[in-house]
Design a binder for this molecule. Structure first.
Ligand code: UDP
Ligand code: MG
Length: 357
């Protein structure tokens, strides 16, 4: 029977966890499941609660990062460590309903490698956030040569072969929605109603949302530098026309009205603003180049608590032993040059415990 890994990044979600787990167990009753929680530096006791549940919830695995690395990197850690034949990524605040997961799995069984959830409605989110998200997804789709689905977040399923390819993309500015589209393979969607957050507050303040949106645009669209070039060309053209008019006036060729002086100051401000914007775009690209050159690991694992029966499994490095107390030191994580070395399939797979009915 195939194993389904469910990767759930967690940042201060203690009050949602019990319901999330019981609804996942109910929804995936028929499946063999690994529930891989990645604790992204929670400070509300989420990790402690998950540890206490490990004895009663079959297949619950807790990976703790050494600090808060952010949503995209927490998901990346989960994808790197997941052992399933298919991997589902979902949020831990119950905005992605567990009851939709079987529909993702059904599409995977129909032969699709990437199955993403498309949000038909977004309950519990303000008008400003919904409108901006609506506009952003459409802008990105229009600006990217890739077929980036609109209204789809990170709630999605990846087949094993899609997962292996996603692991190879180690860019620092991570926009996983783009990465999973970039890899290609047959892709399908499942429409669902996004629920309101179950408890707590969003870990995505405006700054982080904007930064993620920028990462999407800068990584998956060639248009930002092109727009810079086009605006430069337009400004040059306007300047030349203006210069022509001024010269014509001076030579007395035609009596054109002079530019009223109140317009001059705003024009100068606009042009220096546009130049600063262009400069900041260049600085952003330079910063991204520096980040890539530094080549820091995408996250640091503080601990990885696997349920015992699955320790000998194929995502582990062949040199790894089941007795390793802390996998962070030994597990073979993907590098720039490729995915984890345990992908060769030489390790024997162990049966995964089924959740109780
Ligand atoms: N999250 C995370 N690290 C962070 C912020 C969020 O792992 O730094 C998790 C969070 O616990 C949730 C998911 O990422 O499971 C989505 O975050 P959130 O619900 O805050 O984002 P929103 O739905 O408001 O966009
Ligand atoms: Mg949320």
């Amino acid at each position: 029977m195939s194993l389904i890994s469910v990767v759930i990044p967690i940042y201060n979600e203690r009050d949602s966890l019990a319901e999330l787990i019981s609804r996942l167990q109910a929804a995936l009753r028929e499946e063999s499941v690994e529930l891989l929680f990645v604790d992204d530096g929670s400070t509300d006791g989420s990790a402690k609660l998950l540890q206490s549940l490990q004895h009663t919830v079959p297949g619950l695995r807790l990976v703790q990062l050494s600090r808060n690395f952010g949503h995209q990197r927490a998901i990346t850690a989960g994808l790197d460590l997941a052992r399933g034949d298919a991997v589902v990524v979902m949020d831990g605040d119950l905005q992605d309903p567990p009851e939709v997961v079987p529909a993702l799995i059904a599409k995977w069984r129909d032969g699709f490698d990437v199955v993403y959830g498309v949000r038909a409605t977004r309950r519990g989110e303000g008008v400003a956030k919904r409108s901006l998200a609506w506009a952003y997804y459409r802008l990105l789709q229009a600006a990217s040569p890739l077929d980036l689905p609109t209204d789809a977040g990170d709630f999605r399923l990846l087949s094993r072969r899609a997962l292996i390819e996603v692991r190879k993309l180690r860019e620092q500015a991570r926009y996983l929605r783009g990465i999973t589209s970039w890899i290609g393979f047959p892709q399908a969607s499942v429409t669902f109603d996004r629920a309101p957050r179950r408890a707590g507050t969003s870990g995505y303040p405006w700054m982080q949302s904007t930064s993620l949106a920028l990462d999407g645009l800068l990584s998956f669209s060639p248009w930002p530098p092109r727009i810079l070039m086009l605006s430069g060309a337009l400004a040059l053209l306007l300047g030349l026309v203006w210069a022509g008019i001024a010269v014509g006036q001076q030579a007395g060729l035609f009596p054109a009205p002079s530019v009223p002086s109140p317009v001059i100051a705003p024009l100068i401000l606009c042009s220096s603003g546009a130049q600063l914007l262009g400069l900041s775009l260049l600085a952003t690209y330079a910063r991204r180049i520096l980040d890539e050159a530094l080549d820091r690991p995408l996250y640091v694992i503080a601990s990885d608590q696997c349920p015992a029966p699955t320790l000998q499994n194929r995502s582990m490095d062949p040199g790894e032993t089941a007795a390793a107390p802390n996998l962070s030191a030994k597990v073979a994580l993907p590098t720039r040059s490729g995915p984890p070395s345990g992908e060769s399939g030489t390790m024997q797979e162990q049966p995964f415990p089924r959740p109780p009915p």
